[in-house]
Ligand binder design. Structure first.
Ligand code: FAD
Length: 491
């Protein structure tokens, strides 16, 4: 009597593969489409989903519920405390609604892959066919193999393979139409599903009133907002992307990562729209800003391919096992100073404060703060990885783990261990006028000229008890080189 679509990280109606297929199936069987989303506090805890991200998801669900209701499709949202009970509860609901088909898009984290494999088998026993569709990546994990038949662990050859795959399989960039409307009678038949409200955030993920207001005004929810943001970026700012993307003060990136993480924007739509905006109508060539942007969106695919192929990285293990032997420092005071943006290195502090205030941080700053933690402070990078997940609105396991692995040199295609960012030089290069720093570190707003990059050593006028640099970079660099060499067994 119904077909069910289970929403997860795909909170949109447009270009959603499983939702589209569910709608087609419902039409073919002449039954309504019912959508569900399960809120699981234990799941949020297990995935270290930040409170700001949970808030964004719940606000998005409000919008999605309205968007679907316009098509007479109900979105039923229920809280299931215990993570393990999610599959049985979903089957119970399917049975209650008489649904013999359940659709969902695939997630590639190891727990989810295992859960869904079990659910497919369980569904077979119950007479409920579960289809799990590849949707979140432009090119699905498993599709690209190197010449020797293995998974690539280096981005450049992988990206060439990604590009040539899309040239030979252009239909992978065809977009899926939104679901068709249900018969209007669905409103009466499933009135309670239309009427059920979206739950509040669970206690372990709630925000203060001030935070909720701040994040709501910074990050409006919903797919329309996501598509508008993308369209504006492609219309007005993508030209300058190649030259300015590394400058945090320049507002030169799309800031759509939160939408890709929540699924309010599909990666396919992002890449296909960039292609249409390109003068060549191709993925490469033409406008260098567009080609460059597409290659950045591809990094997201790359890290999901890596995650799928080497699932042990989900279990707190380094991609490169030899990095397990590095002796990390667990200095809680220094870690806390890093978290609060009180290291005394202005560029690092600006990044951390942007994160704490907005739930977002510019990519260049992410690389700088990660390198600072793992190398200058020699603190276990997994503590930083976790702090990021606890605070990012775009927290995504694969990209976050990939980014940290790059910076700590322990991941796929990393920065070599002996390449250690100098936090002051990063600041001089990527925030030459100190605009980003002055925005996020008000104690330094009166510091003039180049002193902004290193106020204590350059006689800058700091206020409000801004701390002295917590390390001397040259010394901490030597310490890092030595510890990394020892851990790796190198001379
Ligand atoms: P744009 O520059 O406009 O790029 C467009 C999209 O491409 C992004 O939204 C993102 O989906 C993708 N992308 C761009 N750069 C990268 C990259 N280096 N790796 C993977 N995808 C990329 N990104 C996340 O989405 N979630 C995370 O949890 C996350 N953690 C990170 C942690 C560290 C230590 C580092 C160095 C990077 C991390 N990134 C993460 C990648 C990157 O910083 C963000 O995707 C980017 O800053 C988002 O801003 P944007 O949408 O304006 O990006």
């Amino acid at each position: 009597h119904a077909v069910v679509h289970w929403f997860k990280c795909d909170l949109r109606t447009k270009d959603n593969k499983a939702l589209h297929l569910a709608s087609e199936k419902a039409k073919a069987h002449g039954v309504p489409l019912i959508c569900i989303y399960i809120v699981s506090p234990q799941d949020f805890k297990a995935h270290v989903t930040s409170a700001v991200r949970v808030d964004f998801i719940l606000r998005t669900l409000e919008v999605l519920k309205q968007d679907l209701a316009r098509l007479d499709i109900p979105l039923y949202v229920e809280t299931v405390e215990i993570r393990k009970s999610i599959p049985s509860r979903i089957f119970e609901l399917c049975e209650k609604w008489g649904a013999s088909h359940l659709f969902a898009n695939k997630e590639y984290e190891v727990d989810e892959l295992r859960r869904e494999a079990r659910m497919v088998r369980e569904g077979l026993r119950k007479g409920i066919a579960l289809s799990v569709e590849p949707d979140t990546c432009v090119v699905a994990p498993g599709e690209l193999k190197s010449g020797s038949g293995t998974q690539y662990s280096v981005y450049s050859p992988w990206f060439r393979a990604w590009m040539s795959y899309l040239h030979t399989h252009p239909h992978h960039l065809d977009l899926y139409p939104p679901p068709a409307s249900n018969p209007p009678s669905t409103r009466n038949d499933h009135k309670e599903l239309f009427d059920t409200p979206i739950p509040q955030a669970p206690a372990n993920k709630s925000l203060t009133d001030e935070e909720r207001k701040r994040f709501s005004s910074l990050w409006p929810p919903g797919e329309e907002e996501a598509n508008e943001r993308l369209a504006k970026f492609l219309q007005y700012r993508v030209e300058a992307y190649k030259d300015k993307r590394n400058f945090p003060a320049a507002n030169a990136t799309a800031v759509v990562s939160l939408h890709l993480a929540a699924g309010t924007l599909s990666a396919r739509t992002a890449v296909a729209s960039a292609r249409s905006a390109n003068s060549t109508k191709k993925l490469d060539g033409g406008n260098p800003g567009i080609a460059g942007w597409i290659s950045e969106v591809a990094w997201r695919d790359f890290y999901k391919h890596v995650l799928t192929h080497w699932p042990f990285i989900c279990m707190n293990k380094s991609y490169k096992p030899e990095y397990t032997n590095i002796e990390w420092r667990y200095d809680t005071e220094q870690f806390e100073a890093w978290c609060q943006g009180r290291t005394g290195f202005p560029f690092i502090d600006a990044g951390m404060r942007q994160l704490n205030h907005t739930g977002y941080m510019h990519n260049r700053a992410r690389m700088a703060v990660a390198s600072f933690l793992a190398k200058d402070l020699l603190i276990d990078w997994r503590m930083g990885e976790r702090y990021f997940m606890e605070h990012l609105i775009d927290g995504d396991f694969a990209s976050n783990n990939g980014g940290w692995g790059f910076s700590a040199s322990s991941g796929v295609d990393p920065q070599p261990y002996f390449r250690i960012f100098n936090p002051t030089l990063q600041s001089e290069r990527f925030d030459p006028d100190g605009e980003y720093i002055r925005k996020w570190v008000p104690e330094l707003e009166d510091v003039k000229g180049k002193a902004i990059h290193d106020p204590f050593n350059r006689g800058g006028k700091v206020k409000g008890g801004y701390p002295k640099p917590m390390v001397v970079h040259k010394e901490s660099r030597d310490r890092a080189l030595q510890r990394y060499k020892e851990g790796l067994g190198r001379d």
